[in-house]
Design a protein around this ligand. Structure first.
Ligand code: FAD
Ligand code: UDP
Length: 395
């Protein structure tokens, strides 16, 4: 095989590795993906009857405070000035998310300033007696007190994870800021925006290099095609960004993932909900949120009599479903350690990305982690002939 590196998966992790190795090290890279399109979960496409850009795998908002990543991504795309704001419907009333002073005052029918709101929440969060939160349930109560937690977090989280919040890691919602100001921006990062020409144009530009070939519809585990695991591993270095348990034939047991079902509709109205993302906090509503894609690009000339909305439903992934979110129960974490040991023994195979490391990574984290893999492992290998040591799953 006349290539220097095979990258399995054309998501942001795989494309960043491929682009850097091709551009900086002048090496030939073959990127394969089992899907019929490039870009992994960040892929977007134009809904043909409206011209509206739809994120096929759920809303993708780019944000980062990592200056290296920001400089890197700006080589391939400019960003709009879009600022993400999320609202949530609870018992027929709409509130701002993340929980901020506006949410708190609306919920308690109060007019507290920051100090009074903090004191109120502190009092309501006191039931843990200062102990460190051990799980998502305790983390929620300690951050915002029980009433707010039960209104906005518990039902949504139960729908999204289908796991008792007491069995989920606290870290899932430490991502979610709580603010004692009226700032209702969803993200706190220095840089935020959407790619001006859409995600797919950005992803295609990353792969547009004479040293990079992309082969779609090609599953690494399909031994009937020429770039399969059996043919490649041991002969050509590999960066693998698919699910780590699948690579080892689930030998240590399945890692649990959550998948999403997307119900997309084109509606004959110019504006369905007045905002891009509306969460539904209550458990009796079966979907977690409704996305309305036109609102991601107010600068574009979209039709004013039609719109595209998607309802998002969450459930456990079975074999054959797309694995979207690592659930990371205690059993999963034990299994992951076993997979890391197996990965460390694999010759010339590096594991990366969200699926390859079984970690929730935002896009900027996937890109940052790929840049580090190039610095720390692939550059010494291609420039100095250093052996390609996997060092296990790149945790
Ligand atoms: P992926 O994009 O998953 O790419 C992995 C690729 O590997 C896939 O294309 C897959 O087909 C391929 N592959 C797997 N197995 C094989 C195989 N056997 N053979 C060949 N190819 C294979 N991030 C943000 O920053 N902001 C957001 O708002 C945001 N929202 C998200 C919403 C949802 C619903 C989801 C699921 C993710 C969201 N993310 C968001 C995260 C973002 O999608 C990831 O950070 C990014 O996709 C990670 O890139 P990756 O390359 O690691 O993985
Ligand atoms: N969350 C919640 N209510 C909301 C929004 C988020 O309880 O209205 C919790 C939920 O547990 C979710 C986590 O916060 O999994 C992270 O939310 P985010 O919107 O970042 O999730 P993602 O978009 O990545 O699925």
């Amino acid at each position: 095989m006349d290539v220097d590196l095979v990258v399995v998966g054309s998501g942001f992790f795989g494309l960043t590795v491929a682009e850097r190795v091709a551009t900086l090290h002048g090496r030939k890279v073959l990127v394969i993906d089992r899907r019929p399109h490039i870009g992994g979960n960040a892929y977007s496409e134009v809904e043909p009857t409206t011209g509206i850009e739809v994120h096929r795998y759920g809303a993708h908002l780019f944000h980062t405070s990592n200056e290296r990543v920001w400089e890197y991504v700006n080589r391939f795309t400019a960003f709009t000035s879009y600022v993400h704001r999320v609202f949530t419907t609870h018992r027929g009333e709409v509130f701002g998310m993340p929980i901020n002073l506006g949410t708190i005052n609306q919920f308690f029918r109060s007019a507290h300033g920051p100090a009074a709101a903090r004191a109120l929440v502190r009092e309501q969060a006191a039931e843990l007696g200062g102990a460190r939160p051990q799980n998502l349930d305790e983390q929620g109560v300690s951050l915002i007190g029980r009433p707010l937690y039960e209104a906005f977090i518990r039902g949504y989280t139960a729908k999204q994870w289908q796991t008792d919040p007491r069995d989920l890691p606290a870290s899932i919602i430490s991502r979610l800021p709580v603010r004692y100001t009226y700032d209702n921006r969803y993200f706190n990062d220095t840089h935020e925006g959407l790619p001006v020409d859409g995600y797919t144009a950005w992803l295609e530009r990353m792969a547009d290099h004479p040293n990079i070939e992309v082969r779609l519809g090609t599953d690494f585990f399909d031994e009937s095609q020429p770039v399969s695991k059996g043919d490649v591993v041991g002969n050509v270095p590999v960066v693998y960004t698919g699910p780590v348990d699948r690579y080892f034939d689930h030998a240590e047991g399945d890692l649990s993932w959550r998948t999403l079902d997307f119900d997309q509709q084109v509606l004959d109205v110019g504006d369905f909900q007045g905002t891009s993302v509306m969460n539904y906090a209550d458990e009796d509503v079966p979907f977690t949120r409704i996305l309305e894609f036109r609102h991601f690009h107010p600068e574009r000339d979209y039709p004013d009599d039609r719109t595209v909305v998607t309802r998002e439903y969450s459930r456990f992934a079975e074999h054959g479903d797309e694995p979207y979110y690592p659930i990371s129960t205690a059993t999963d974490r034990e299994r992951l350690l076993a997979y890391r040991d197996l990965a460390a023994r694999e010759r010339d195979v590096l594991f990366g990305g969200r699926l390859g490391t079984y970690r929730y990574l935002d896009m900027h984290m996937a890109i940052g982690s790929a840049l580090s893999m190039v610095d720390n492992k692939l550059a010494p290998h291609f420039d100095g002939g250093a052996p390609l040591r996997s060092g296990g799953v790149d945790a």
